[in-house]
Each structure stands twice: as structure tokens, then as C-alpha cells.
Write a new protein. Structure first.
Length: 330
């Protein structure tokens, strides 16, 4: 899940809300708290993506899941392509290609994510664990950009390591259980993807960065059928579920942009949206019938806390950016 850095310098067109006198007159709270509504929608959509990914990964190969689910991205790409803010930003062309590269890297991470699920990982475990990818982004930002780790993020990094320990239930064939070793791959790749998306957000609008990110998933989806044998004779239910995986993922990225564009601050929206696994976990237990041990439950709790802590930015940097946004608006 790696497109939570596309705040950039864009402001989403709010005419679909603000130009509706009916909504303003009868539901003023909807306009005032629109960013929170969109943030919660992002959590629900990405939480649904994590849930739906498990049964699909059990039926199809990871490459097939990624290829078929890409069809669900097409409607979202169409909406973003019609935005009037695609030309905004300091260097839209550079930002687009950075976002496109971010999408390619994230797609490879998605494949490893699906492989982890098919290797025996529970959705209630794999989803919160892979949401720890910001630890990689933070380390890379420290090395490449000279950014500093605040004490909250340091606590999150320690919590992430502790979560990995508790998720590893032990295996005679190796130090890591098979699904856990695979789950570490998307953590690394999504962490790199998030850093690229951070660069993209500095050069392009949020809409263009998101468009480039989602388009980055298409090259692999186009190439896979020519390189691997695909099973196209799938039950209708499997087709629908696989497409829904892509649609939920894409819509989550779209509502995230809406959350930023309707007044949501990145320092608040980003950590909240990153906790989408709190939706996946109870649904996986109720719908998929997954059962969790105490050890796994502790690992999940540590992962959720670590994910929230890792998304907490340096207060000074956050204040500086928000002052800059305030000046731009005035």
C-alpha cells in the first residue's frame, strides 16, 4: 500500500461538494469534516483490499492476481486522467516519471504480498506486518536526504522489529516461517516506492503523482500474459473478486487524494490511512474464519502501534510545511 505521500502542492477541486447548495445547507458537517470522511473511506477501501486479497491469492498465482486485478485500476485511472490539476507542481514531467517508477516498484511488492498470503500467511497477520514499510522509507530518507529520526519514529522502528519477532512462530526448516520471509519483501519494496512517491509529490500535483503511480502497475500486467501461462478460464466469482482487489486499491488512492484536497493535513491523514489493517483484521476473523493465537495478537498490536508511530513526522518539519501551505493559500 505505498501512495500515502502524494500530498504535494496540489489542492483537489472541491466543486463536487462546495458547489452543492443542498449539501451545504442540509449537511454542513459533511463539508467541514470531508477530509475525515475521505480518510475513513481510504481505511475501509484499503482494509477491504487486504481482506479480498487472501481468497484471491489462494486461488490464483501472485502474477495472475496482479494481472487480473489491474483491470480494476482502469476506472480510477480514467477519473484521475480527467483532473484539471495534472499540470500543477514545480516539475510535473519529472514528478510523473518518479511516480511511475514508484508504481512499478510497488507492483513488485504487491506480487510478494500475494505470494506471502498464498504461502500460508493470514490476512490478519500479513496486512499489518507489511504496513510497516515506512521504516524502510525513513531509513532511506535518513541516508539519502539527511532527514532525522524523531523519538516517536524510533519507538515505532523498535516496535516493528518486535512485531516481526512475535509474528515468527518458528519453523524447523529455517529461521523465518515461509510466509514471513516473503512478507519482508513488500516491506522493502513498498518502502522504496514510498520514497519515490515522496520525490514525486515535491514536483507534481497529488492527482498526477497518483495517476503515475497507478499507471506503473500496467506494464507488468501487460507483459505477464506474454511471459507466463495464464489461466483465463476462471469462475465468474474469481474474476469479480480479483478485479475488486484492484478497484479497492485504486479507489483507496483516490479517496486519499480527496482527503488531502479537502483540508486534511498529511501529518494526520497519512498515519490514519496507514492503519487500514484495523479494518482487515476483524473482517478476516469474522468472514474468513481466521484464528489468532495470543502471540500473533501481540504481534498485530505491536505492528499497528509501530505503523502509527512511524508515520509521525518531525513536529518542526510538519509546522514548516503547514505554514508554507497556509501562505500558498493566501
Amino acid at each position: 500500500m505505498t501512495n500515502d505521500e502524494n500530498k504535494g502542492f496540489a489542492t483537489q477541486d472541491e466543486s463536487f461538494i462546495r458547489h452543492s447548495s443542498f449539501v451545504i445547507r442540509h449537511f454542513p458537517g459533511v463539508v467541514r469534516h470531508a477530509w475525515m470522511i475521505y480518510t475513513l473511506l481510504t481505511m475501509l477501501l484499503w482494509g477491504g483490499w487486504g481482506l479480498a486479497s487472501k481468497p484471491v491469492a489462494d486461488r490464483l498465482s501472485p502474477w495472475e492476481v496482479q494481472t487480473v486485478s489491474a483491470l480494476g485500476l482502469v476506472p480510477v485511472i480514467g477519473v484521475l486522467a480527467s483532473s484539471r490539476h495534472l499540470g500543477d507542481g514545480l516539475n510535473p514531467q519529472r514528478g510523473f516519471w518518479q511516480a511511475f517508477g514508484s508504481g512499478i516498484v510497488a507492483t513488485l511488492g504487491n506480487i510478494a504480498y500475494y505470494q506471502s498470503l498464498s504461502a500460508g500467511g493470514k490476512a490478519a497477520e500479513v496486512t499489518p506486518l507489511t504496513a510497516l514499510y515506512p521504516v524502510v522509507t525513513i531509513v532511506l530518507a535518513m541516508v539519502l536526504l539527511g532527514e532525522r529520526l524523531n523519538w516517536v519514529q524510533l519507538t515505532g522502528a523498535i516496535g516493528a522489529l518486535a512485531a516481526i519477532y512475535f509474528f515468527n512462530t518458528g519453523n524447523d526448516s529455517g529461521w523465518l516461517t515461509p510466509w514471513l520471509s516473503l512478507a519482508l519483501i513488500p516491506i522493502g519494496l513498498w518502502g522504496v516506492s514510498a520514497l519515490l512517491q515522496k520525490f514525486a509529490a515535491l514536483n507534481a500535483s497529488g492527482e498526477l503523482a497518483t495517476l503515475g503511480f497507478l499507471l506503473g502497475a500496467l506494464p507488468l500486467a501487460i507483459l505477464v500474459p506474454f511471459c507466463l501461462t495464464m489461466n483465463w478460464s476462471l469462475p465468474t466469482g474469481t474474476w469479480m473478486l480479483a478485479v475488486a482487489v484492484g478497484l479497492l486499491f485504486g479507489l483507496g488512492n483516490l479517496t486519499l487524494i480527496f482527503a488531502y484536497g479537502t483540508g486534511g493535513k498529511a501529518s494526520v491523514v497519512t498515519p490514519l490511512a496507514g492503519l487500514y489493517s484495523i479494518v482487515t483484521i476483524p473482517l478476516a476473523v469474522l468472514i474468513l474464519g481466521e484464528q489468532l493465537t495470543r502471540r500473533e495478537g501481540l504481534g498485530i498490536a505491536l505492528a499497528l502501534g509501530a505503523a502509527a508511530a512511524l508515520a509521525c513526522e518531525n513536529p518542526a518539519a510538519t509546522m514548516s510545511r503547514e505554514l508554507s501551505e497556509h501562505n500558498e493559500d493566501h
